[in-house]
Design a protein. Structure first.
Length: 250
């Protein structure tokens, strides 16, 4: 019997997942960081996309103190977090064919750019189509997903494929199918999702790796500073001005 508090059990589960990322995903994190550094060094652009709660991890690396100023959110109407009502509409939109292609074709993303696609299950039409079409257009695609979904669930894409099948680099979040870490007597459904904590950590690990990779090449990484420190706002204005052609959130 586990005598720890519920909070202790959840935090322990999250730490266990983070340790797995450290021990098992190091090579993929390094490859993703290098791909982003390559794009920055070559004057290309960076984009991140996620639908529903997966969008939270994508947004976490955009316009973020301590993060790369060049990371842009590829926004799909109704998909940026839980921003539609009813919220179930967002889930339905993930299954609409042609939406991802239309959005990508209307965006500034082009061959040579990097697109990070975040999808926990990687089974819905939207992330699969987004990744596949991005690769067709010559973008480097980094997928952040739970690979186990591809063996324990079925794809909702007409292709029968998952996000992981259309990526140049895959980062496996290790999240179990269902995204619920805890069970308890008297509680019918499992609870306590950890995917946001873990996926955001993966994203930040990649961004940090990209920054250090650029520095190792003698390139100053275009990082933002907090606007809540003295001089931070002026610093950010300068970074934005120097990289205006690659920043689309300003």
């Amino acid at each position: 019997m586990d005598d720890r508090s519920t909070a202790d059990r959840f935090i322990g589960a999250a730490i266990g997942l983070l340790e797995r990322l450290r021990d098992e995903e190091g090579a993929s994190i390094a490859a993703a960081g290098a791909a982003i550094a390559d794009a920055v060094a070559a004057g290309r652009r960076l984009f991140a996309f996620g639908a529903g709660h997966s969008s939270l991890a994508a947004q976490d690396v955009v316009y973020r103190a301590g993060g790369l100023a060049l990371m842009n959110l590829l926004s799909v109407p109704g998909m940026t977090g839980i921003d539609v009502r009813p919220a179930t509409l967002g889930s339905a939109l993930e299954r609409v064919e042609g939406l991802a292609t239309t959005v990508l074709d209307s965006s500034p993303a082009a061959a040579g750019d990097v697109l990070v696609v975040v999808s926990l299950s990687g089974r819905n039409v939207l992330p699969v189509e987004m990744a596949a079409h991005a690769r067709e257009r010559g973008l480097t695609v980094i997928g952040v997903t739970s690979v186990t979904y591809a063996t324990e669930t079925t794809s909702r894409s007409a292709t029968g494929t998952f996000l992981k099948d259309h990526c140049d680099i895959v980062l496996d979040s290790k999240i179990a199918v269902g995204d619920a870490e805890l069970t308890a007597e008297g509680v019918t459904a499992p609870f306590a999702p950890a995917s946001t904590v873990v996926t955001s950590a993966l994203m930040q690990a990649v961004m940090a790796t990209a920054a250090e990779t650029l520095a190792a090449r003698g390139i100053e990484p275009p990082l933002l500073r907090s606007g809540n420190i003295d001089g931070g706002t002026d610093w950010n204005r300068q970074i934005i001005a120097e990289n205006a052609d690659r920043i689309f959130w300003h």
